[in-house]
Design a protein around this ligand. Sequence first.
Ligand code: PMP
Length: 349
Amino acid sequence: MNAALPRPGLREVAPYEAPQLDVPARLNTNECPYPLPEAFREQLGAAISALSLNRYPEREAETLRARLAELQDHALDGTWVANGSNEVLVQILQAYAGAGRRVAVFEPTYALHSRLTWVTQSEVVTQRLDEPWTIGTGDVDAAFASRPDVVFVCSPNNPTGNTQPTGAIVEIASRGSALVVVDEAYVEFGGDSAVALLTRFPNLVVVRTFSKAFAMAGARIGYCLTSPEVVEDLRRVRLPYHLSALSQTAGLVALDHRGEAEQILAAIRKQRDRILETLPPMGAEVFPSHANFVLFRPARPAADVWRALLDRGVLIRDFSAIVPGCLRVTAGTPEEVDRFLSALEEVLT
Ligand code: PMP
């Protein structure tokens, strides 16, 4: 028998999981429903076959960072990339949190913020927001009462879809004593960005991803824009050669095709808005969304609705444990949304 024990509490924590089922409409993980265009695939194939995979990749991923920096009109030494925005988040926590330090989150929000805080042995301090989940001065005061070292804000927020006012980010960043991480995984779909505040606040980090608007969830590329000091600190904790040559190449090719990605955004927003309009007459409450998903509260118990939709080939996400009575659906292709809407109509009426 294995007598070795993991860290205390580890076995009480379940692995992060979202079902990956082969159903006609997979609308549970906020991915882009469209595959990348043929020209992208051809360019990517050629670029990958030209790589010298016997060599380590560019350790600082400077070519990809420089392209991103140029596109975002931000300094290269304040731009950082990693394996998905999740790895950017974990590197931030490794550098700025850790044992004996505190991380504030405004709930309900993306579960990984508190999970990664736990992974990095730091203490989570939770400030619960009420509908419509806008951060106000009282919430900021309450969060800072515990003297956090890092504060997370997610905007547009997952799973609620609302964006936080720039004034709230200014208020949090102005306190100065904490690193403020604004997770903008969905910002290309709508809402305000905190990027313009970067020149004012060296303690601000804006985290972005290629997984949603760039249709590259499978490539695992995320980045952040911040001050050079923060990037220097991230370099101290990153694994050597953390971002593979394959990922760096995929990121560069994706940036060449960002025009196509932008066209897809309009199609996804259209489906999101269609969901927002169609659900209320079915008796479901919807919450305004600036992202590529919609949180809604059906008149029937959420778990029953989730199951009944799955029986009809539509996989969405049950958030009722986090926001009472609520489900979240990703805006997919028009066909997927058709299927979702007709299944929901059948279930609710
Ligand atoms: N932030 C938020 C708010 C998310 O919803 C997600 C993905 N669901 C991520 C970050 C992580 O994205 P990735 O690691 O694929 O970049």
